[in-house]
Design a protein around this ligand. Structure first.
Ligand code: GCW
Length: 653
């Protein structure tokens, strides 16, 4: 089977076939060509209408520079339509928005009325690929890379162009194509070994308004340059990077910039030379500045050689401690990329305090739609409800509006996600994982969108007007993250997974490891004390939040074990003990996964055979695997406590 078109299939709108249409495009260039081509594709699919160019068309595309550069305005009525963008990219976004609106309306072209004006909520709307040059993908659950194989940069023109279309259709405007862990051949991406194919990438993605970024090896001065140091304050290092940047931009003129993982999980960085993260980022920023280059510097810096015996160190504190003292010291073309939580993409974490703390530094929040800790695209887990909660969280560090959504507005700021794509036919492993790809883009562009409405759009665009499919899958998507949370690690504690793979239950998998992610389940209780009597992590937040988290009375219960070590018989607001809550949620979560399977089976008549079979296998696995989670977790806590389930359900002794 050829790969799917995901949400760009443009299935015919029933009973809406219409006569051919005309278009006039003001201006010219590759992005406007893409806009016109997309319009033609969409109208052909939805209405069976061909599109021809005339002077005063039924549909008019053009630029109005009074609009936001990536914004658009649509006016459609009585079979006529004007789409204006603040730039060519804005026009392209407007075309995608019109086609989306047409599918949601599901009516004849002449009856379609659209009045819409939009500007993006965020300037940077990015995906990070963790693709390795050998073709593997770190934390990839959808096959192999469609960018690289056997140390070659692949140029699969059709697939790359379709991918660029998918990105632009939801407003993604940048991608980093290689893994942040830059090793081996990937270090050479910034050399003439790879410039020719990369140039083609710039053209293909550039025609859809998508900037390409490369991840670089901070030690490239040593691995490529023959120097014996990568000390950012060494003039020879700075000079090497200046020359390298000149060479890179001479060959890749529209490159967005570099994304850097330094001093993290064994990657080289400024700390080796007693330099700061700002020294490292600014040295690179100065090198790329003459070409309009941008440095995105990750804040995932922590000690991954921790001794579990040392209960004083708390990994959650690390990012804030490393970067807060540097606020205001970064160049204007540097953006710090901060994971949404202080740990690492668990199913639930508090929002990283660094996001609110930094006041004079550009920031991007890093999310993960690759479902590393949320079921690896074998379980369904629609993440937009979770991301919306994060965006809506007010960190109280600004007098007016301290929500994450507000903090990431403006130049140099935005959102990134570790992507969930690969060369599988359906792009995302689980068909329903495509809702996270679609949804992430939509949410970046408009942080006020309702996750349920995003799901509805994605379902309509993907499956057409198909009420049983839309209703059933909408319901499953919206229940999926809560269900996953219920049958995995409880009350914000996280990490009860098999080490390395991060799949499946292993309660003590990380408990005695060097990675700093412990739950401290003991005979007397479970959870990590992050109040003043423990690591005092909670005081990295503004006073209102610090107080809220520090008290068991006010700490949100879904995070209570993230902040407190509580006895198993501690009573939650529901009146249940912590232990009974664990038992209940694990039984409920597994029951919910079984219901997902049953509900999905009812869709057999409404999906094509191949799609049905692909999804059925995943739902069947999820149902079984949720039972494994339930039983491992419940048995573990039964054995710690000797206390039976209050409702007499089966717990293995
Ligand atoms: O959680 C860890 C992942 C690593 C990843 C790292 C990071 C790319 O398990 O695979 O490395 O996060 O974000 O850098």
């Amino acid at each position: 089977m050829a790969y799917t078109k995901c949400w760009l299939a443009y299935p015919a709108i029933a009973g809406a076939a219409c006569a051919d249409l005309t278009v006039s495009v003001e201006g010219a260039g590759p992005i406007l060509d893409s806009a016109r081509a997309e319009l033609a594709r969409g109208l052909a699919g939805l209405y069976g209408a061909a599109l021809t160019d005339v002077a005063d068309g039924d549909i008019r595309l053009g630029v109005d520079t009074a609009l936001d550069p990536e914004g658009y305005r649509i006016h459609a009525e009585n079979g006529r339509c004007t789409i204006e963008g603040g730039s060519d990219t804005g026009v392209l976004y407007g075309v995608f928005a019109l086609l989306r609106a047409a599918q949601m309306a599901g009516c004849a072209w002449k009856d379609l009325t659209v009045q819409e004006e939009k500007a993006p909520a965020n300037r940077m709307r990015m995906l990070n690929h963790w693709d390795n040059l050998d073709g593997s993908i770190e934390r990839g659950y959808s096959g192999e890379s469609f960018f690289f194989k056997d140390d070659v940069v692949l140029v699969d023109e059709a697939r790359l162009a379709d991918y660029a279309r998918m990105l632009a259709s939801v407003g993604i405007n940048a991608i980093a194509i290689n893994n942040v862990n830059v090793k081996h051949a990937a270090t050479w991406l910034i050399t003439d070994r790879y410039y020719a194919p990369l140039r083609r990438y710039l053209e293909i993605f550039g025609a859809y308004g998508v900037k390409i970024y490369l991840c670089i090896n901070f030690a490239a001065t040593m691995d490529l340059g023959g120097l014996d140091t990568c000390d950012p304050c060494d003039p020879a290092v700075a000079a090497w990077w200046k020359e390298k940047a000149a060479d890179v931009w001479a060959n890749l003129p529209d490159l967005g910039g570099f994304l850097v993982k330094a001093d993290s999980e064994g990657r080289p960085g400024p700390f080796t030379y007693n330099r700061t993260q700002a020294d490292g980022a600014n040295m690179l920023a100065d090198a790329v500045a003459p070409y309009g280059g941008h440095i995105i510097w990750r804040c995932f810096v922590y000690n991954c050689q921790q001794d579990w015996r040392d209960t004083k160190i708390d990994r959650a504190c690390a990012g804030y401690n490393a970067f807060m003292p540097l606020d205001g010291q970064f160049r204007d073309n540097v953006t710090l990329q901060i994971k949404n939580g202080p740990m690492d993409f668990q199913v639930r974490e508090p929002v990283s305090p660094l996001i609110g703390g930094l006041q004079h530094t550009h920031i991007m929040v890093e999310f993960q739609i690759a479902q590393e800790y949320t079921g690896q695209q074998r379980h369904v887990c629609y993440l937009m409800p979770w991301f919306r909660q994060i965006l809506d969280t007010d960190l109280r560090t600004r007098p007016d509006n301290g929500t994450v959504a507000a903090l990431i507005r403006g130049a140099g700021n935005g959102m990134a996600a570790v992507t969930n794509t690969g060369n599988d036919d359906n792009w995302t492993g689980h068909d329903l994982a495509a809702a996270n790809l679609y949804g992430f883009g939509r949410l970046c562009y408009d942080t006020t969108l309702d996750p349920g409405a995003i799901a509805d759009e994605w379902l309509r665009l993907t499956y057409g007007d198909n009420p049983p499919v839309e209703q059933t899958l909408h319901s499953i998507l919206m229940r999926s993250w809560p269900a996953y949370e219920k049958y995995t690690a409880p009350l914000g504690v996280g990490w009860m997974v098999n080490p390395n793979y991060h799949y499946g239950p292993n309660v003590d998998g990380y408990e005695y490891s060097r990675w700093g992610c412990y739950h401290r389940a003991s005979f007397d209780g479970i959870g990590i004390d992050r109040t003043p009597s423990g690591s005092d992590y909670c005081h990295q937040y503004a006073p209102e939040l610090a107080e809220m988290y520090a008290s068991t009375d006010t700490c949100p219960e879904e995070l209570i074990l993230f902040f407190h070590h509580l006895p198993y018989d501690y009573r939650l607001k529901s009146g249940k003990t912590v232990l009974q809550h664990i038992y209940d949620t694990h039984f409920e979560g597994a029951e919910e996964a079984a219901r997902f399977y049953d509900e999905f089976m009812g869709l057999k008549p409404y999906l094509d055979e191949e799609t049905f079979a692909r999804m059925e296998a995943r739902f069947a696995h999820q149902k079984e695997h949720a039972c494994e989670w339930r039983d491992v977790i419940n048995t573990y806590f039964y054995r710690k406590t000797g206390v039976e389930d209050a409702h007499g359900r089966k717990i293995y002794h």
